[in-house]
Write a protein that binds this ligand. Structure first.
Ligand code: FPP
Length: 239
């Protein structure tokens, strides 16, 4: 049943979510870690829909980091299969008019996954109310290093004067330069770290931490997190 929409003074423009605690959720039940990721997908889908209902324009989920390749092969494989399967089932997001985009280095992903990502982006690009971004093989430092590489090429070819390089120049060479900065980062499962997630874009973000493991995180928990943001005053270094 649809839940009531809470009355909120302000909602964040761009929410970043670090989906953490899947492994511990599975371990507590004596299950392999991949079961935790599978359960985590349910939370991801429910929270994405809720974000649209709350009027949040952008929401980015950290699904796979550049460091996650170090996990056991079967876990990496299970995650890649989950991404593929869910892109096959993304039509319900499309029915709900949610735009889907991706950030991260696609070069290491399988051609099948890459083509599904492109199809999903294309079939949802006309929607402009809520955009959901999935970070796959994403690292904040990697993203900045790639931006620097591109800027270096422009300098080398004489198209850019190094003296004119500003913060804006760097921002324009990140994965999605048209998406506004992250203003709220939600991290469940009790870890108090950013873990290389959108380190440039989250420079002025507010944070929300909770001990709840991601698979147990409910729409009500998400509502609570967003309500907490709406009570905070933000000064961006001013007074
Ligand atoms: C971190 O929890 C979670 C991940 C590395 C993967 C998150 C991915 C999903 C929830 C699947 C997303 C799929 C789609 C289609 C969006 P952890 O494994 O580090 O948990 P732990 O800290 O308890 O070990």
């Amino acid at each position: 049943m649809a839940k009531d929409i809470p009355l909120l003074e302000t909602v964040p423009t761009h929410v970043g979510v670090i989906m953490d605690g899947n492994g511990r959720w599975a371990k507590k039940r004596g299950l392999p870690r991949k079961f935790g990721h599978r359960e985590g997908v349910k939370t991801f889908r429910a929270v994405t829909r809720r974000a649209k209902q709350l009027g949040i324009k952008y929401i980015t989920f950290y699904a796979f980091s550049t460091e996650n390749w170090k996990r056991p092969d079967d876990e990496v494989q299970a995650l890649m299969e989950l991404f593929e399967k869910n892109l096959d089932e993304v039509s319900d997001f499309i029915d709900e008019e949610i735009r889907v985009r991706f950030i991260g280095d696609r070069s290491r992903l399988s051609p099948t996954l890459r083509s599904k990502m492109e199809n999903t982006e294309r079939s949802s690009e006309q929607f402009d109310q809520t955009t959901m971004m999935l970070a796959i093989n994403y690292g904040g430092r990697d993203e900045i290093a790639n931006a620097v590489k591109e800027i270096g090429r422009l300098v080398k070819s004489g198209e850019l004067d190094p003296e004119s390089i500003s913060e804006e120049t760097v921002a324009q060479h990140l994965y999605l330069p048209d998406v506004p900065p992250v203003d709220y980062v939600i991290r469940p499962s009790g870890e108090l770290r950013l873990s290389n997630f959108m380190i440039w874009q989250a420079a002025y973000a507010e944070y929300y931490f909770t001990n709840i493991l991601w698979p147990d995180f409910t729409v009500e928990d998400f509502d609570r997190a967003i309500a907490d943001f709406s009570h905070r005053g933000r000064r961006f270094g001013g007074v």
